[in-house]
Design a protein around this ligand. Structure first.
Ligand code: HSE
Length: 441
């Protein structure tokens, strides 16, 4: 049988990695897919760059700069969109679908923001949109959530799903680096997005979490409802104090089913240093999924890089190759649930989320200051789990001291109200730094 023909749009890290893996493992892949998979055309903004990226293999495939020509080519069966972003990528993907092409994409932003439109268009044309590479690079988490765990009522997902920030946090903790130096290191290693604010401000992780949440709970993708807080304002002192208290700080994506709605949030989070997720260091990713039947499962691997991400892209190409002749109604639905069965369960605002909290504040070391603070917390119904008074590291002799309070689970709006009252005390000389704690239980 003739190989299935792929048109590759974009040939940067992931595109060139896909080309390399497909060529290197073509025999094995053909034995799995039932027929060969061939990148028949490539379109890129800058063909000279793509030629350089493909090296010796560059002469084996036509490379141009006309994206539409690839999408409109009747010989192309699958369009692999590796451009990224929500601008031209959206137009090209919709046009490919309109032309009856299947789409494989690594574009998490596109699906988190425009997934509802794209999946509806794909359904109307009876084509597949496959996106394993959009979440956690080489970890087959979409496959696991959508198929492997399909028996379960999924209760929660908590993941380290941005390698750049995990690398930065590891470097800050292990080597005592400041944020900017650690970020520069992550960029030099090629982990960061073109615009690293997407990484450090939690946007990239929120794109990925939004997609996983939709698949886990059978809700539409709702990136605009995600709460997003990055690590750029995280102080080294909190990493240190957290460690003293037996915690590590990770940028976690957390989505959870509760009686009141779905939690969908990305923020720096204290987790016990004893949890497996806490030992995920450097640029590695890990996703913990809790299902009612299976219990807790953990998926670990490289979340970025040319070949790890290509591993996911090629897996999707194989899936599409196997299934493209199947009746569309018999394929796995894009979001795991039948489209007419998606639920309108509300996504909770962050004020409605329940969590443990780490509060750090600097106080004048005078009689009664702790009593005032604990009284305010008690009046707000907030129970204290641990309280630590530190000698100030920055100001040694002025009588001020850092106080760290760990609370039991409580509603965020109650904590915010208590923080406002605490900050108004004349004996409290700093703003309150507030971080969330996740027990992962
Ligand atoms: N910039 C991303 C990360 C890689 O650091 O994890 C792909 O999403």
């Amino acid at each position: 049988m003739e190989p299935i023909k792929v048109g590759l749009l974009g040939c940067g890290t992931v595109g060139s990695g896909t080309f390399t893996v497909l060529r290197r493992n073509q025999e094995e892949i053909k034995r799995r897919a039932g027929r060969g998979i061939e990148i028949a055309r490539i379109a890129v903004r800058n063909p000279a760059k793509a030629l350089a990226a493909l090296g010796d293999a560059a002469g084996t495939v036509p490379i141009g700069s006309d994206f539409e020509a690839v999408i409109d080519d009747p010989a192309i069966d699958i369009v692999a969109e590796m451009i990224g972003g929500t601008g031209i990528a959206r137009e090209l993907v919709l046009r490919a679908i309109a032309n009856g092409k299947h789409v494989v994409t690594a574009n998490k932003a596109l699906l988190a923001v425009h997934g509802t439109e794209i999946f509806a268009a794909a359904r109307a044309k009876g084509v597949m949109v496959a996106f394993e590479a959009a979440v956690a690079g080489g970890i087959p988490i979409i496959k696991a959530l959508r198929e492997g765990l399909t028996a379960n009522r999924i209760q929660s997902i908590a993941g380290i799903i941005n390698g750049t920030t995990n690398y930065i946090l590891s470097e800050m903790r292990e080597r005592g680096l400041d944020f900017a130096t650690a970020l520069a290191g992550a960029q030099a290693l090629g982990y960061a997005e073109a615009d690293p604010t997407f990484d450090v401000e939690g946007v990239d992780a929120a794109h990925k979490l939004t997609i996983m949440s939709a698949i886990a709970f059978g809700i539409p993708v709702q990136f605009d409802r995600a709460y997003i807080e990055g690590i750029s304002k995280l102080a080294s002192i909190d990493i240190k104090y957290a460690e003293d208290l037996g915690y590590r700080i990770k940028l976690l994506g957390i989505t959870r089913r509760t009686e009141r709605g779905i939690e969908l949030r990305v923020h720096p989070t204290l987790i016990s240093a004893k949890r497996l997720l806490a030992s995920v260091e450097g640029a590695m990713n890990a996703v913990e999924v809790h299902g009612d039947a299976v219990g807790t499962t953990l998926y670990y691997g490289k979340g970025a890089g040319a070949e790890p991400t290509a591993s996911a892209v090629v897996a999707d190409l194989v899936d599409v190759t196997r299934l493209h002749t199947a009746d569309p109604g018999h394929r796995v639905p894009h979001l795991a649930f039948q489209p007419q069965s998606l639920a309108d369960t509300p996504v909770l605002s962050i004020e409605e989320v329940t969590s443990g909290y780490y509060l750090r504040l600097r106080v004048a070391d005078v009689t009664g200051v702790l009593a005032d603070i604990t009284r305010i917390l008690a009046e707000a119904g907030i129970s204290i789990d641990a309280l630590l008074q530190k000698e100030s590291e920055q100001i040694a002799d002025n009588g001020e001291t850092d106080v760290i309070i760990i609370t039991h689970d409580t509603l965020e709006k109650n904590v915010n109200a208590a923080i406002a009252r605490i900050e108004a005390l004349s004996t409290v000389v700093s703003n309150v730094t507030r971080l969330r704690i996740e027990s992962l239980s």
